[in-house]
Design a protein around this ligand. Structure first.
Ligand code: HAM
Length: 426
């Protein structure tokens, strides 16, 4: 019978990759908790209108990437392509914006893009959103959290922070007019996509990756030159705060982002190590979105990490292969019964150890050791009839030396502490 395969661009995550995901998530939960971010859990599907109104009708996401469908009741729904819109909708709906809020969410997002390394149709984001706070502190805090994360993951040397200011919408209108005039004068040099964007979303031309357009883009008017006084001061203050926090950054005047809701500060953490899909985390300030979605005026800022890409990077620097520390092999009914109680006691004594009992009931030792090896465990504990009588257990090194030692059962936890080199855990 023909096997059913996963949908194009939607991946299964398993083995050591799945372990890296768990470690990343644990690391991020602990980190954002330190800064007072509270979890929020949001639906995967929302009314399509939510994304059209927030992300913008003329963006790639809304124009061509959303998974939109009519449900059996005739409602038009969309699988969320990002988390900010749903988060704002929820905060308005549940009246959470009467006070400052810092929330985080994680989960699957859906965009029907052309799949390639680092770009999937179902991918995971970890998002931070902060509401009610004007001023640069909250933007700096969000970038600082990312900065710490890279450090904790050992990725600091592989990522760069790019920042820009989009100013306020009035200054953007002036800029847009000049940009359209500039690109219109060079119309023949624009590729097809950019000719279309000239009519719908001219700022996005700056984001083009087409090498033939780079000189034209480099000479285009710069948004930073159009900022009003308050946006200019705000951007300078952001840069100063990053300097004082010792967070290196590069001002990239062509950084415009692919979603329409931003104003003033925008930023992306990028790497050159993942090919074309090098943005690991992106965000900025979006002071108008809450009002746009029917809430009152409420300044806001946030970012989202693309976990698929971060895990890809972690895979490069991590030697983690398995979450199993100890594999227990036992042959015969009495040794198996004994092994059960021995390892339950061990799990209580040493909760940090991951201990797996071989569960193929009648398997001979050879087969059990094969599984032990495949499990990635560093040690095997071996229990036979003699071990029960002598109140000992055999501890066999599975990875390096292959040595085996006879250990008194009462001394087992301390023995394991000494000989088990703990694998790196974040
Ligand atoms: P975004 O730039 O569209 O921003 O996505 C954030 C991150 O999600 C990207 O930098 C990337 O790492 C990851 N990502 C996006 N698309 C894909 C894909 N097809 N496959 C794999 N990873 C992907 C937002 O979504 C905003 N909501 C961020 C934000 C939060 N702004 C303010 N608050």
């Amino acid at each position: 019978m023909e096997k059913i395969r996963s949908v194009k661009g939607m991946r299964d995550i398993y083995g050591s990759d799945a372990l890296l995901w768990s470690q990343l998530e644990a690391c991020m939960s602990a980190l954002v908790a330190q800064y007072g971010y509270q979890p929020i859990r949001l639906p995967l599907a929302e009314s399509t209108a939510l994304f059209c109104r927030s992300i913008g009708e003329a963006t790639d996401i809304v124009e061509k990437e959303m998974y939109t469908f009519s449900d059996r009741g005739g409602d038009t729904l969309t699988l969320r392509p990002e988390g900010t819109a749903g988060c704002v909708r929820a905060c308005i709906q549940h009246d959470l914006l009467q006070q400052h809020q810092r929330v985080f969410y994680s989960g699957a997002m859906f965009r029907r893009e052309r799949p390639q390394k680092g770009r999937y149709r179902q991918f995971e984001q970890w998002g931070l959103e902060a509401f009610g706070m004007k001023g640069v502190d909250i933007e700096a805090e969000i970038m600082l959290i990312a900065h710490h994360l890279w450090h904790q993951l050992g990725l600091s040397d592989s990522v760069q922070l790019h920042i820009n200011s989009l100013g306020r919408s009035e200054s953007r209108q002036h800029y847009k007019a000049d940009l359209v005039a500039y690109f219109s004068a060079e119309h023949a040099q624009l590729d097809q996509d950019s000719q279309k964007r000239l009519l719908t979303n001219p700022l996005r031309i700056l984001d083009s990756k087409n090498p033939n357009m780079q000189a034209l883009i480099a000479n285009a008017p710069k948004l930073l030159d159009y900022l009003d006084e308050s946006s200019r001061e705000h951007f300078e203050a952001v840069c100063q705060r990053l300097d004082s926090l010792n967070i290196p950054y590069k001002v990239v005047p062509t950084l415009v982002r692919g979603l329409d809701y931003y104003n003033d500060t925008v930023f992306e953490w990028v790497t050159t190590e993942l090919g074309a899909q090098g943005t690991l985390c992106a965000g900025g300030r979006y002071d108008g979105l809450v009002a746009q979605l029917g809430g009152g005026h409420c300044p806001a800022a946030g970012c989202a990490f693309g976990l698929d890409r971060v895990v890809e990077m972690m895979g490069e620097v991590s030697d983690i292969t398995s979450g199993v520390d100890i594999y227990v092999v036992a042959q015969g009914q009495a040794p198996r019964d004994h092994a059960w109680s021995m390892i339950e006691q061990l799990r209580q004594n040493r909760p940090q150890l991951n201990v797996v009992l071989h569960a193929g009931a009648e398997d001979v030792f050879k087969k059990q050791f094969k599984q032990a090896d495949k499990s990635g465990a560093q040690l095997a504990l071996v229990v036979g009839d003699d071990e029960i009588v002598q109140k000992v257990v055999q501890v066999k090194e599975l990875r390096e030396s292959g040595d085996q030692a006879t250990v008194n059962i009462d001394c087992l936890p301390e023995y394991l502490d000494n000989c088990l080199k703990r694998r790196q855990r974040w």
